[in-house]
Design a binder for this molecule. Sequence first.
Ligand code: SF4
Ligand code: SF4
Length: 373
Amino acid sequence: MATPPSQPLLEGSLLERSRPARTRLLLEAGERLGFAHVGVCSAEPVDRREQLSNWLAEGKHGEMHYLSDRVEAMLDPGSVLEGARSIICVADRYASASEESVPAAPRGRIARYARGRDYHDVLRRRLARLAAAIEDHAPGHRARGVVDTAPLMEREHALRAGLGLIGKNTLMIRPGEGSWMVLGEVLTTLELEPGPEPEWGGRGDPCGSCTRCIDACPTSAIEPFTIDATRCVSYQTIEHRGPIDPEGHRSIGDWLFGCDVCQEVCPHNLPQRRVGSLPVLDPYRPRRDGFDLLEVLDWREEDRRSAFTTSSLKRAKLETFKRNALICAGNALEEGHHPELRARIGALAEDESEPALVRDTARAVLERLPPGD
Ligand code: SF4
Ligand code: SF4
């Protein structure tokens, strides 16, 4: 149970304590805030310039220009908080297992991280509380909570802080717990002691000879420890705002928003590999695992807004969500007979009140279907 906002998170001055002692207090405060894992690393720049530059030069970031525009900032936490000396890294669990029953067609699935409350909100409030406590108890020092909102190579810092290891699928894997985790950080000008040392001994390769995620990825987007975002279903269904090449429609399967395949197949996420029973905080508990495709294809803006309230799905615009739903619908029609769905796609293809993206995707989907299906 997290410390209620009415109770102080810290007592006394952090500055009057030794570096290890104040670090311990902050780690304990993070645990009291309900984070599943808390660690500390120094805010030194990340030594990944060459890999990052090569990845960007090959265009593997697609339309995520905010990455290519902020390379220096991404490498140096000092650009997120001037004078930053330390980073408190946190992780929250948002799911506990890979196994699930696949929703029957015609439904589209959403990635697990988007099934509960928006994780940005769930993390942000507690990180802001931790940052405020640092500023209150270390006068003259600054602190800033970050969740995906600033250019920061958060997995690199989480690795340094001992929260987990990086898998071939590029996600953070915590041995004994898996990868269903979201990350957040508090950067501070306060000097802290890096650690604690994880029981698996710091850096290392969590994968060994395993290649399951590479083999299972529907678009062959994974090379060991790097992903071509332009091929990734998660990127295509969330970040990419334009038309999706019809050649790639089938590999999107029934993913309406995101893709969990490379985590579903990862042996670290198998229940038998997990140690103990680790709770998923209430806000992350799934409220829905997907949507009825016919329903989405009928949506107006107000329907999207009310369905996505307090969810990280709100990142998706109506036209891109409908684009995704059309592609999932086409894939469902290849698997089974759904006359109502087919009729709805036909109507959207001709509906001049719909954006060009929706009409053109509907036409492309119809062209792929066998006649008279
Ligand atoms: S999210 Fe899906 S498409 Fe993207 S790398 Fe993982 S398995 Fe491949
Ligand atoms: S599926 Fe295998 S190779 Fe991929 S991240 Fe998990 S352990 Fe590593």
